[in-house]
Design a protein around this ligand. Structure first.
Ligand code: SF4
Ligand code: SF4
Length: 164
């Protein structure tokens, strides 16, 4: 069996499923379906709030949506949780890793969120990956109309893929 890569930052759906298991992946899919209806008018409050440098208010969506890290894949605000109407057991299943990380002996979960409490895509995170200036340049070019959104997304994704 292939070894799990706990230290990969940018994850595909398949890689997220391998790390977190099928039940969490199923619940995250339900929450994502709900988020599709809830998130657009909010325009990325949580992305802005966590100081993600890949976020721009002018982007129509996350530029690396299918490669976003586990912190983004596992985060949903209360509005999303409320509207998704998960059962008590399902909510508990989603909360278990978080509670174990904060209160428990960490163990497996510290491996799943190995950077906690750091967010890998803030200024410090991108600087340590050596892609901060390139990300900022692509965003600036997009915001000034030099790059279209598709082109900017493509370039940002390439930076992330080549980094990992
Ligand atoms: S998860 Fe919540 S805070 Fe984040 S973009 Fe969606 S609605 Fe906004
Ligand atoms: S990478 Fe994460 S925090 Fe950044 S824009 Fe995408 S979903 Fe938001």
């Amino acid at each position: 069996m292939e070894k799990k890569d706990y230290h990969k930052i940018f994850l595909t759906d398949g890689e997220f499923g391998e790390l977190f298991g099928s039940e969490i992946s199923r619940l995250v899919k339900i929450l994502n379906d709900t988020a599709r209806a809830v998130c657009p008018p909010c325009n990325g409050y949580c992305c802005k709030n966590i100081h993600c440098l890949l976020y721009s208010e002018k982007f129509s969506t996350c530029p690396i949506f299918d490669l976003r890290p586990r912190e983004c894949r596992y985060h949903f605000c209360n509005d999303v949780f409320t509207r998704a109407r998960l059962s008590k057991e399902e909510l508990d299943a989603m909360m278990n890793p978080v509670e174990e990380l904060v209160c428990g002996d960490r163990g497996e979960i510290a491996r799943l969120f190995f950077l906690f409490p750091e967010f890998p895509l803030d200024e410090k995170g991108l600087e340590s990956m050596g892609i901060k200036d390139a990300v900022e340049k692509i965003k600036k070019d997009f915001e000034e109309g030099i790059l279209g959104e598709g082109e900017a997304f493509h370039k940002l994704r390439e930076l992330c893929v080549n980094r990992d």
